[in-house]
Write a protein that binds this ligand. Structure first.
Ligand SMILES: *Cc1c(COP(=O)(O)O)cnc(C)c1O
Length: 420
């Protein structure tokens, strides 16, 4: 077994894993397969890939990309001051810095950071409702993805669901009546239709109206647009953001808490943010579940960088915003340069394409984009490249969309295309 493991040592795996591959191969009566088995193990490792799908927030590819692994992150991976107050030398709170910066960036009194938006929903309902009734519109009792269903999460939080209105129409009156009729009504929950649309004969009240009902309004925004005016961009907000609710404006309209993901439109690492009034945030922070859903130092470090970029109005340093706002003519120019300066196989040509924000945000939104295309399905070969390239197929044509590919990876893309 050991000899066989040594024979396959060109595969870059620790020796014990090569031995495992050898053992499996021998057990299967096929020692020759050891090399392929080791390679398969190697390919299962977390590894960078080139996202040529044109889906900017691709859940399978880790949603919002960070700016490489910044030097800062590598440093935070070592010792850090996660829970130390450097000034006094006493124990500090991991929630103090990053959450404060985010609160600052969206105009909230306070905020805390948890593992993801699903945890934010669970924790805020558990802490604010504390077993009482929460009023929700029937049109918002939805599944967000991966089995995360609003009614189920509510049950887990201990809150009692009071369902009102209809799938397509719910009015402010429906909420007011429910709050008046149920003595134990302690909050209203509004869930943003982040990954689906209800069109046609529809009605739902404004956030202002819901905030005036006399109980705290919790708004699950999901997507995490910080401010509708996008002060971190040099130009105006992109047209495709129209109608997307933002944390700052939702709080201004009177919401007690807003909840959103770190790795959707915020463009940071996987996290959930609970921002809003000091009192409600403090209740969330003091709840026993808060400890179970708290993030680690690596996440807080990465999110701190994202928050600082927002406060510095440097959307160009946040990869999602940088990619989402690149002019399409820049992408066309890069596609043309890839073709003219590389000896690519016959059949690849410049194409106008459509990117999508993705990640369960902005359903139906398309951003004009450009890339390279070729007849037939070449995606399997592209996935075998180093780094793997993930492309899409439409109408039996392989499309490599450039919007989610940083320009410095164009050379790597070209060498992957050369093997098709
Ligand atoms: C995406 C989403 C969630 C879940 O967010 P995660 O960060 O993936 O846990 C919750 N609510 C809404 C409205 C969402 O869009």
């Amino acid at each position: 077994m050991d000899a066989l493991a040594r024979q396959i040592s060109d595969v870059g795996l620790p020796h014990p894993l090569l031995v495992d591959a050898a053992r499996e191969a021998i057990a299967a009566g096929d020692p020759e397969s050891a090399h392929a088995r080791a390679r398969a193990t190697e390919r299962r490792a977390l590894t960078p890939v080139i996202n040529a799908t044109g889906v900017l927030l691709h859940t399978n590819l880790g949603r919002a990309p960070l700016d490489g692994v910044p030097g800062q992150q590598t440093r935070i991976a070592g010792y850090n001051n996660l829970e130390l107050d450097l000034e006094s030398g006493t124990r500090g709170s991991r929630q103090d810095r990053t959450a404060r910066l985010l609160a600052r960036a969206c105009g909230a009194e306070d905020a805390i950071v948890v593992n993801n938006c699903a945890s934010a929903v669970l924790l805020s309902l558990a802490a604010v409702a504390d077993g009482g009734a929460v009023v929700v519109s029937r049109g918002e009792l939805v599944e967000i993805g991966g089995g995360f269903r609003v009614p189920d999460v509510m049950a887990q939080s201990g809150a009692r669901l009071v369902e009102i209105g209809t799938t397509n129409r719910t009015r402010a009156d429906d909420y007011a009546r429910a709050v008046a009729e149920h003595d134990d009504a302690v909050a209203v929950l509004q869930v943003h239709r982040s990954n689906y649309r209800i069109v046609g004969f529809t009605e739902s009240p404004t956030t202002d109206a819901l905030a005036a009902l006399g109980v705290p309004l919790i708004v699950d925004l999901g997507s995490g647009l910080l401010d509708a005016t996008c002060p971190w961009l040099t130009g105006p907000p992109p047209a495709w953001l129209a109608d997307e609710p933002a944390a700052r404006q939702t709080l201004d309209a009177g919401a007690g808490l807003v909840l959103f993901s770190g790795d959707k439109l915020l463009g940071g690492p996987q996290a959930g943010i609970i921002a809003g009034s000091r009192d409600l945030v403090a209740r969330c922070a003091a709840h026993p579940l808060a400890r179970a859903v708290r993030p680690g130092g690596l996440v807080l470090g990465a999110l701190q960088q994202t928050a600082l970029d927002y406060l510095d109005r440097r959307g160009d340093r946040i990869p999602f915003w940088q990619m989402a706002t690149t002019p399409v003519q820049d992408l066309r120019g890069r596609a043309a340069a890839l073709l003219s300066t590389h000896d690519l196989p016959e059949g690849w040509s410049v194409a106008d394409t459509s990117s999508v924000p993705g990640g369960g945000t902005l359903p139906g939104v398309e951003i004009p984009s450009a890339g390279l295309q070729r007849q037939g399905d070449h995606t399997a070969l592209l996935r075998m490249a180093d780094p793997p390239v993930i492309a899409r197929v439409e109408d039996d044509t392989t499309i490599c969309d450039l919007r989610a590919i940083p320009p410095e990876l164009d050379e790597a893309l070209a060498s992957a295309l050369a093997h098709t």
